[in-house]
Design a binder for this molecule. Structure first.
Ligand code: GDP
Length: 195
């Protein structure tokens, strides 16, 4: 667990709104419905923590959580909403680019991928942006409980192959199930040891 409580700090809509860069931070990205809120809740042991960032109006904000005294957990809006207006998407993409390109204390991005679906075109956009921003990203496969154990190795190999072309990809892939708790402690340890 993180040394100290985890709390929602604020939703950020512009670079000026970012909290002081005085902690190590990691961010979480993933298409909507990938299981991002569930994962953040499981990681922090707070059942409804990330619900705050999933409510309408919050979905285009960068949501900051404080984790103990040392870390920020940063929830990036889910992407791939078919119905989001073009202007909203454009504004969000500008903020995302500025954030990824300019946040000195950002150590790693965790990109959540539904283990049943693998990396899709909509995910490739964020992976390419992370490459360009030189933000190391680590793939977190979600909903592992929905995939037969016998298929895990094959899927991991496919994801690894798809990551070959990405210069910012971290070699490790974390397999998780927020439902069953698989991989949660591993992920927590990865974040906690980051300084
Ligand atoms: P978000 O839109 O990325 O924040 O996704 P949510 O965390 O709200 O999850 C979307 C749906 O997937 C919900 O119905 C969750 O209950 C379900 N879900 C999330 N994580 C898991 C998991 O590890 N296993 C299973 N079986 N379902 C999950």
């Amino acid at each position: 667990m993180f040394a100290g409580p985890v709390d929602f700090l604020k939703g950020v809509v512009a670079m000026e709104g970012l909290p002081p860069a005085d902690r190590v931070e990691v961010c979480f990205a993933g298409r909507s419905n990938v299981g991002k809120s569930s994962l953040i809740n499981a990681l922090t042991g707070r059942k409804s923590l990330a619900r705050a960032s999933n409510t309408p109006g919050r979905t285009q904000e960068i949501n900051y959580f404080t984790a103990g005294d040392s870390h920020y957990l940063v929830d990036l809006p889910g992407y791939g909403y078919a119905e989001a207006p073009v202007a909203v998407v454009a504004k969000w993409q500008r903020l995302l680019k500025s954030y990824l390109g300019g946040r000195q204390t950002l150590r790693r991005a965790f990109v959540l991928i539904d283990m049943r679906h693998g990396i899709k075109a909509v995910d490739e956009e964020i992976l390419t942006l992370l490459d360009r921003s030189a933000v190391t990203f680590e793939v977190v496969l979600t909903k592992a409980d929905k995939v037969k154990a016998a298929d895990h190795d094959k899927i991991i190999a496919q994801v690894r192959a798809a990551l070959q072309k990405h210069t910012a990809a971290y070699p490790e892939i974390v397999v998780t199930s927020s439902e069953k708790g698989d991989g949660i402690e591993t992920l927590r340890a990865i974040i906690a040891t980051m300084a």
